[in-house]
Design a protein around this ligand. Structure first.
Ligand code: F6P
Length: 327
């Protein structure tokens, strides 16, 4: 047990994700239960550079469990990327007597956390990004909510595409990863899914898929493309050029980042917030909380940042199997 943890900071950084507030709430409630004071740091690492913080108590996190976004605000901090900025951040930690910082965010957040740990401020990270692209964790907070938001939108698109017998091309987020696109594609029965993890052969992966589907009698088509695999606008243009169709293009964009977190995100965020504080209490410093086979684990931060996660391409085979070659 580490009696030395008496006051911690908590911050959210990078792209926000539904469930971040649930994680903040769990960090605050768990810490207070361990007689640890909590300082809320606003706007990510910027908050330490510019002393933008406030003392948090139990009521600070009332009624936020179901709220999307982050009450601590978030930002991508250019100043923190400089030596002077980091030195200022460390000075703020020392001035406030912070024994550690809990950083909620994605890989950029954790690179910032690693710098803090190297400057002598203990950190624990919680993976929160809708991209689900953090190597040390099977799951990242916000992914399930973003999937369900995209699925709800695409289900609505399918109604009108079916009525007008049209082709829809939908671009989803995910940055350089295809988790969102593939999970959503399977869940909406997409005609084709394009992801950065699989080299795109346009004729094979789009044109041929549409032709096969048409041969089976379908008259509307749904193409889901991860933003890291291409532009829905460009794909729509190529479909028009090659098939003479007039596709309708939808870029879902930041709607995928909002909304009330689902049960999975609320439960996972609460467990991860608890685990992050208990890691500090148990003397496990400078690590990232994550899930492996459903269990919560911690990974040393440098090791975590070097871990790669590979999208299980078995899911792509599942998607393809859903396109029966004959009725
Ligand atoms: O990393 C989360 C994410 O939503 C990505 O999927 C997306 O590419 C990026 O953030 C958008 O960043 P911003 O909110 O700064 O436009």
């Amino acid at each position: 047990m580490s009696e030395s943890i008496k006051r911690i900071g908590v911050l959210t950084s990078g792209g926000d994700a539904p469930g971040m507030n649930a994680a903040v709430r769990a960090v605050v409630r768990t810490a207070l239960g361990q007689d640890i004071e909590v300082v809320g740091i606003r706007r990510g690492w910027n908050g330490l550079v510019h002393s933008d913080f406030y003392q948090m108590n139990s009521s600070s996190v009332d009624h936020i469990l179901a709220q999307g976004g982050t009450i601590l605000y978030t930002a991508r901090s250019k100043e923190y990327m400089t030596e002077e900025g980091r030195a200022q951040a460390v000075a703020t930690c020392k001035l406030l007597g912070l024994d550690a910082v809990v950083a909620i965010g994605g890989d950029g957040t954790f690179r910032g956390a690693l710098e803090m740990s190297r400057l002598g401020v203990p950190v624990v990270g919680i993976p929160a990004t809708i991209d689900n692209d953090i190597g040390c964790s099977n799951y990242t907070i916000g992914f399930d909510t973003a999937c369900n938001t995209a699925i709800e939108c695409i289900d609505k698109l399918r109604d009108t595409m079916q009525s007008h017998e049209r082709c829809s091309v939908v671009e989803v987020m995910g940055r350089h990863a295809g988790y969102l696109a593939l999970y959503v594609g399977i869940s909406v029965g997409a005609t084709a899914v394009l992801i950065p993890e699989r080299e795109v052969d346009f004729d094979r992966d789009v044109i041929e898929r549409i032709r096969q589907s048409r041969m089976l009698g379908n008259t509307h088509f749904m193409i889901v493309v991860a933003e890291g695999a291409g532009s829905a606008v460009e794909i729509g243009k190529r479909i028009q050029e090659e098939l003479g169709m007039d596709p309708r293009v939808t870029v879902l964009g930041h709607i995928q980042r909002g909304g009330s977190p689902t049960a999975r995100d609320r439960e996972m965020a609460t467990r991860m917030g608890y685990a992050a504080v208990m890691a500090l209490v148990n003397g496990e410093l400078n690590c990232i909380v994550g899930t492996k086979a459903g269990d919560l684990v911690t990974t040393p931060i440098e090791e975590a940042l070097n871990q790669q996660k590979h999208l299980q391409m078995e899911r792509y085979a599942v998607l393809e199997a859903m396109h029966a070659k004959n009725k």
